[in-house]
Design a protein around this ligand. Sequence first.
Ligand code: ASP
Ligand code: MG
Length: 411
Amino acid sequence: MALVVQKYGGASLATPEKMLHVADRIIKMKKKGNDMVVVVSAPGDTTDDLVSFAEKLSENPPEREMDMLLSTGEQQSIALMSMALNHKGCPAISFTGQQVGIITDKSHTQARIKAIEGIGKIKKALKDGKVVVVAGFQGITEEENITTLGRGGSDLTAVALAHALKADVAEFLKDVPGVLTTNPSVCPDASKIDFLSYDEMLELASSGAQVLYNRSVEFAKNYDVVLHVRGTFTETNGTIIKKEDSKMEKIVVSGITYSKNEAKVTLKSVPDRPGVASKIFSTLADAGVNVDIIIQNVSEKGTTDVSFTTIRKDIKKTIKVVEDIVKKTGAAGYSVDEKVGKVSAVGVGMRTHTGIASKMFGALADAKVNINMISTSEIKISCVVAEDDTEKAVKALHAAFGLGKKSGSKK
Ligand code: ASP
Ligand code: MG
């Protein structure tokens, strides 16, 4: 018998039929002898709909009131889910974040969990044989203001509850069977990854894979909470995310991600002397521009070109700052390329294997994809390419590292 925290996202709760299916799924787990704590998101697009309603009233609604509003989505889900379970003969009880004492700081819309004070209440309900259904994404401050944990924050509720309850596992039920080696709409042979380390999951997420809320993975890493991402509509095991072990290192590359939400800016003929890079990037940071990859060219005749990538939707703001930097540094000018994409290969095995970069560049060369910029971390290599080459690059890398279903290297 285990204590299992399960989290269901809005897509799995969008219709009464889906909720009843989820109820069956929970009951099945409970009948196997598990104690079940279920964290739910708002049904379907409820949160988005509430956001757009608010935005029609006011351009800049008070954050306290946004939290008050958005937390209602999850409150609908807990009541409905509990009704569905009771209807099927399974005793269940719903609790809001406040009712289980999820105490947060005061950062409305991005609050951090400080403590969970209502664990006793949850344990008592479990002891009474009930399924406990808790609203994700919400908490309460010491001053009793309702807060939310950031979009996607129900994942964080689930991990924090799993930690506080000393649960055996936190399961995340999704409309995909687990974390996949890449986006299946680009590579139809994308396969399910069996195991990932926390760091791999964080790198996959930061480079384009949308699976779990990043802060929930960080929390799980800090407290060693085992995560299991699996399908709502399939029974098979999904992807286990846990502390790195030697088995994981054998797989060099676990997944290929990509993003098309960046733009590249080049500052031309920047004077090449100490302090200039510092001036450029501190000016950008002060203006709140998020910089991803940076390269500086060889210096010739005392000047150099400096390129960086940033978030495409912020490009207007970035250009304003860059114009200022050109004046300040005496650079000759700047250029912007909004049509860039980024492909990344992620795997803990990179720490212990050599030749991964050359294999990656070779595969891109064979696919006739030109590399614009490169950046590496211990477990990730990213290349900036032309936007139109992105899918081609993903396909080439997915095949080169043997990640497809048919290659047999996974599973
Ligand atoms: N309902 C919230 C959102 O859509 C929280 C969540 O889904 O985790 O962001
Ligand atoms: Mg949602």
